[in-house]
Design a protein around this ligand. Structure first.
Ligand SMILES: Cc1ncc(COP(=O)(O)O)c(C=O)c1O
Length: 381
């Protein structure tokens, strides 16, 4: 007879726990929308945009249908298109580079920093030169705040200014984090974020937003999300999209934003506990001075080909893990036409072999973190 009692499986993220916390407030918010029936660009959308702008300190927030659309709309509003090169890291979610291709531009990949996993700004000048040599016009760069940690925005700005590049911050994972005391949303010409349910600030479906300080850009974004609308509904001055944040999702996000600062603090508490339990065992995440993370992921590094065995050992003990990302974008099938080869961006390639994300969410309890650390120690020794 097996008398060993395993604790219940730990959820990788726990959206249901937050749903329990906010249930009645969200139900009431959704009911209000169901009663007024303004499902597209209803009053909650404007209200949420105003509250989000106050939260992150941005002059304008324009919401839209997803984080991917936020990037597409921003690139379109910035005037990026065929013949242009858009620089971005290779170690990120596919949407970061996909959007460049979607607007007809060419993604040019830059390697990432070994410690932060964010774009290595020392590679920008070389990527610009390579783009020019290929006959492209380098126009923009998309730094990513990967796993919740801000990119080195001062260094990105300096490199972008030197190379005359527009900066579009992909804060889909990092929105809510701070860089030199300021929340993401004001670094670069525009910032895009995602409200995909698993994101630190997620809704109950798809959603996204663009932040900008630029009045003209904000006007262009509002037009682009409504079929390129001009002075009225049937005046079309641009080729645009149907990309709005649903009023129901905005109503949900208004409630979620109220507890977001609390949740960020709770995520940080979990991360600190992981750090304490794991730093002698594996490579834990590095947070540079001047930055805070929102811990979209808590990603450790497991070298020497030990990752698969560790994943299996943790799984057997009820601990889910995930590999973000197993393949760098420059080696993805969809970007084969760009001609990159294995070895071109070695730091990204190595990261793909070693990264492992552990469960993290604001409701992860102290004993659960301890359990993960104990099992990890048992598995790696
Ligand atoms: C870095 C990054 N950029 C863009 C996106 C796209 O966001 P969405 O899924 O809302 O389209 C994601 C979503 O996973 C992401 O992680």
């Amino acid at each position: 007879m097996n008398l060993r009692t395993n604790p219940p499986p730990i959820p990788f993220i726990d959206i249901a726990a937050q749903r329990r916390r906010l249930g009645p407030a969200i139900d009431a918010a959704v009911a209000r929308v169901m009663n007024h029936c303004q499902f597209i660009l209803g009053p909650e959308v404007r209200a949420f945009e105003t509250e989000l702008a106050a939260f992150c300190g941005a002059r304008h927030v324009v919401t839209c249908a997803s984080g991917t659309d936020a990037l597409v709309l921003a690139l379109r509003a910035l005037g990026i298109g065929p013949g242009d090169a858009v620089l971005c890291p290779s170690f990120t979610f596919c949407a970061t580079a996909e959007v460049a291709a979607l607007v007809g531009a060419t993604p040019v990949f830059v390697d990432v920093d070994e410690a932060t996993f964010n774009i290595d700004t020392s590679g920008i000048a070389g990527a610009v030169a390579a783009a020019k040599a290929a006959g492209l016009k380098p126009k923009a760069i998309i730094p990513v705040d990967l796993f919740g940690l801000p990119a080195d925005h001062d260094a990105v700005r300096a490199a972008a200014q030197a190379e005359n590049l527009l900066v579009l911050d992909d804060a889909a994972q990092g929105f809510g984090a701070t860089y030199n005391g300021h929340r993401l949303g004001t670094f670069g010409h525009a910032t895009a974020t995602s409200f995909f349910p698993a994101k630190p600030l997620g809704c109950y479906g798809d959603g996204g937003a663009i932040m900008t300080e630029d009045d003209g850009l904000a006007d262009a974004l509002k037009s682009l999300r409504m079929h390129g609308q001009g002075s009225d509904k049937y005046d079309n001055v641009r080729i645009g999209l149907a990309s709005r944040l649903d009023t129901i999702q905005a109503a949900i996000l208004i409630e979620k934003l109220k507890i977001f600062p609390d949740e960020i603090e709770a995520r940080n508490k979990v991360a600190r506990r992981y750090d304490q339990g794991l730093e002698d065992i594996v490579t834990t995440p590095y947070v540079p001075t001047g930055c805070t993370s929102v811990w979209a992921q808590y990603t450790i590094r497991v070298g020497n080909g030990r990752r698969d065995a560790l994943v299996a050992a943790l799984k057997a003990e009820g601990i889910p893990t995930a590999v973000y990302y197993p393949i760098p974008l420059h080696l993805q099938e969809c970007f084969k036409y760009l001609g990159y080869r294995k070895g071109d961006l070695p730091v990204s390639e190595q990261a793909c072999k070693e990264v492992l994300a552990l469960p993290i969410h604001p409701e992860l309890r102290e004993e659960e973190v301890r359990y993960v650390a104990v099992q990890l120690l048992a598995a790696v020794v």
